[in-house]
Design a protein around this ligand. Structure first.
Ligand code: PEP
Ligand code: MG
Length: 560
């Protein structure tokens, strides 16, 4: 990447995911080669065909080499890609295009494109394979034209991957032994890359202003500070290595239930979107589930999932937590999580439209079906199931949901507090239900009027803002008065110091991506309940998000 003389940046800033830190050389994700020209070939057809055959064989060999080194599904995907290159029908199509005088590059492009369109039209699983086919074609074209192989680079040593953005397939095939960190120029705090990075405990910074990073240069990627430091000094490397060792020690610390220094319990729970993540959550010490996002199970469905399909998924989840609390959120569709089968029409402002419980009120039979499926799953397992409704804004909505859950035989029903109105009337809403759980992602979005998906508004999307903390405090107070639990299940709970503040504001449990549990567990242990309150008051008294964090840091430092 070219750098203008005289303006060499020493640091790049972005949105850090988690608190990890990594040091290593930059390797850029190679862009796909440009579309081959349609100009006729100067070679004979046979010669072009031979070039295509040799390039395809080279790519197949390389894919097999990587398949052998990879594990599980990744290996299978790579092997399937190698097989595509040996398909006689594909070879015949390439030959046909070459016979029309096209170059090997163009013939490969056209032949694969034809198959890609065919697969895309078939929908479902086959349509997903279309992307693999396009990837294979680009690899062959890259070999033919002498360009670097597109996709994840393989410099032969561990590296910091820098990309404009990562496709889901790229993220899924990342070799975590080699990729020390990921930096993307696109993406916000809740983007796909950020969510996957969090799930895989990858050090990552998204939405980074880092186009100036140069291939091979050494950088420190500090997710906690959202900074990429280039050409670091010896002192900076030593500090980063010490921080890395500290995080590793935290991760290795014995797993015990969450509590404060004075013994006050603060159950630490997991946020999950797929029962497949349950085992890892338990391994990392989750004391239950504080948020299971059911809509994630059905984002790809055109039709309402049957009761049996739902029961099976819920049973799998609940079975992993015998005797433990599992809070399942009913479908939270709308805005960034559209569910085709809910039939919400186009809206100008989907985040302010028929989201969450509003959509469910118009689809009551569907909600009843979901609650029934949950009740059946609960009856077959030993978990303590609780259900909650998303995006509740009024007392009436809270009472309606609670009545339906109780009718379905589910005695513990709660609401998510994600809308300022719900926080401001928390006591009245909480009277209608058994518990509240604060969704700080949406509560921040709606309090600050800052779209959570918009990278440009990321600065305002900060749960440290005292306006957000004030609302959390209001809900905490209402919970204490009514003696009802108030959990936190937004990303804020994963920030160790903010977790202390949230507890100081009255949160009785914290739920987060399982990879964040160790850091929060370690930090809570350092303060008593009274100290947590003092730290929270320091943050509440600040004028903005950044000063709230520094005020909390200073207050916390005073307690050692
Ligand atoms: C939230 O809004 O904080 C939350 C936990 O829900 P989601 O991120 O799924 O909207
Ligand atoms: Mg939400």
């Amino acid at each position: 990447m070219p750098i203008e003389p005289g303006v060499i940046e020493v640091e790049f800033i972005g949105i850090g995911v988690g608190r990890g830190i990594a040091i290593g050389p930059v390797a850029w994700m190679s862009p796909p080669p440009p579309e081959p020209s349609v100009a006729p070939s100067a070679l004979r057809t046979e010669e072009e065909l031979e070039r295509a055959r040799a390039a395809a064989a080279e790519v197949a060999r390389e894919l097999r080499r990587r398949a052998e080194a990879a594990e599980g599904t990744t290996g299978e995907v790579l092997e399937a890609q190698a097989l595509m290159l040996e398909d006689p029908a594909v070879h015949a199509s390439v030959a046909e295009h070459a016979a029309r005088g096209q170059t090997a590059e163009r013939a490969v492009f056209e032949a694969f494109d034809g198959y890609r369109e065919l697969l895309s039209g078939m929908g479902g699983y086959l349509a997903e394979r279309a992307a693999d086919l396009a990837d294979v074609a680009q690899r062959v074209i890259a070999v033919l034209s002498g360009a670097p192989a597109p996709g994840i680079p393989d410099p032969g040593h561990p590296f910091v991957l820098v990309a404009n953005d990562l496709a889901p397939a790229d993220t899924a095939t990342l070799d975590l032994g080699r990729v020390l960190a990921v930096v993307t120029l696109e993406g916000g705090p809740t983007s796909h890359t950020a969510i996957l990075a969090r799930e895989k405990s990858l050090v990552a910074i998204v939405g980074a202003d880092a186009a100036g990073l140069v291939e091979g240069e050494t950088v420190i990627v500090d997710a906690a500070r959202g900074r990429i430091v280039r050409d670091p000094s010896g002192d900076e490397i030593a500090a980063a290595s010490a921080r890395k060792a500290e995080l590793e020690a935290e991760a290795m610390a014995p797993i015990a239930p969450g509590r404060l220094a004075d013994g006050t319990p603060v159950p630490l729970l997991a946020n999950l979107g797929d029962p497949a993540g349950a085992e890892e959550a338990v391994r990392l010490g989750a004391e239950g589930v504080g948020l299971f996002r059911t809509e994630f199970l059905f984002l790809g469905s055109d039709v309402e999932p049957s009761g049996t399909v739902q029961q099976e998924a819920y049973e799998r989840l609940l079975a992993a937590f015998p005797g433990k609390k599992v809070v399942v959120r009913v479908l939270d569709a709308g805005a960034d999580k559209p569910l085709a089968f809910l039939g919400v029409r186009h809206e100008e402002n989907p985040a302010l439209g028929l989201r969450g419980i509003r959509a469910l009120r118009r689809a009551e039979p569907m909600l009843r079906g979901q609650l029934d499926a949950l009740a059946v799953a609960a009856s077959r397992t030993q978990a303590r199931l609780e259900v909650m409704a998303p995006m509740v804004a009024t007392v009436e909505e809270a009472a309606w949901f609670s009545a339906l859950a109780h009718e379905a035989g589910l005695p513990v029903a709660g609401i998510m507090v994600e809308v300022p109105a719900a926080a401001l009337l928390a006591k009245r809403l909480l009277t209608a239900v058994e518990f509240a759980s604060i969704g700080t992602n949406d509560l921040t979005q709606y309090t600050m009027a800052a779209d959570r998906l918009l990278g440009d508004a990321a600065e305002l999307q900060d749960p440290w803002h005292p306006a957000v903390l004030g609302l959390v405090g209001a809900v905490g107070e209402a919970g204490a008065e009514l003696d009802k639990p108030v959990g936190i299940c937004g990303e804020a709970a994963a920030d160790p110091l903010l977790a202390v503040v949230l507890v100081g504001l009255g949160a009785t449990s914290l739920s987060m991506a399982p990879s964040a549990l160790a850091g929060v567990r370690a930090r809570l242990l350092r303060y008593s309940a009274a100290q947590a309150r003092t730290i929270a008051e320091a943050a509440l008294g600040a004028d903005g998000a950044a000063s709230a964090r520094s005020a909390a840091e200073s207050a916390a430092d005073a307690f050692g």
